[in-house]
Design a protein around this ligand. Sequence first.
Ligand code: ADP
Length: 320
Amino acid sequence: SEKGLIVSFGEMLIDFVPTESGVSLAEAPGFLKAPGGAPANVAIAVSRLGGRSAFVGKLGDDEFGHMLAGILRENGVADQGINFDTGARTALAFVTLRADGDREFMFYRNPSADMLLRPDELDLDLIRSAKVFHYGSISLIVEPCRSAHLKAMEVAKEAGAILSYDPNLREPLWPSNEEAKTQIMSIWDKAEIIKVSDVELEFLTGSNKVDDETAMSLWHPNLKLLLVTLGEKGCRYYAKTFRGAVDPFHVNAVDTTGAGDSFVGALLNKIAEDQSILEDEERLRKVLRFANACGAITTTKKGAIPALPTDAEVLSFLEG
Ligand code: ADP
């Protein structure tokens, strides 16, 4: 079947991760560069699986920005939607999982280039050619990038694309929990596909139960598919006329970073090939099994981008 283009819009940044595990940022003897940013991970997940993928966003016109654009290109992601800001620098994060189990973060974002993409800088022809338009990152909450997102969503939708949203809530990044909830819900009813994690479901609904009733309280009439990912417990799906759960694969997880993006990339890749899976439960379940496999494989390797599987890897995992 013909492959449709998937355009992912949002942040791309570099995580600096200590070379030693279990240390605080201050104790780190050195750092490794781990490129990431959820929409960029999704863009690479799609192309690794053999899909057509493009990234839209802004990077600093600096060494880090050009390094990130190079990583997208090397992975087969079309780069014409990338802008470089000559004033602001590429977003950076310093992240560690300390021995006490808490994550410690430090950000360079004041503001970083990813937040500065303006509506007039968007490559509208690229956006109009998308079968699926995917978004959802911290870049969405700040002007001028918020307006750029809203315009891109409108243009993509008018041109017939399916809108896909993953709120990617990272609590330490948001100004406050209330602000996060307000911002996320303000664009909630535009998307036709939404993926949330169990943690995000609880956050957005204020419920402490991850069940069908809680998930359905987030349903809106434009939605075609709501997904709740449950980490090692697999995922649940909610469509217009059916709902259910798909079992996980059991793996030896070493780093769950990027599992959700891998899952989303796999799903969108299949939707870009054939939208009718959204109305066919049996075929959708097969796709979600494949997406669960992608998420599971991603947890077996360190980092996000290096851990995203190719189509061949997923097939041999499923056969094995
Ligand atoms: P997010 O990264 O958005 O929090 P999850 O951690 O729920 O998303 O992961 C997405 C999908 O990846 C899950 O639905 C599941 O299929 C798979 N997955 C994640 N963690 C594991 C794990 N520890 N073992 C097996 N599969 C996993």
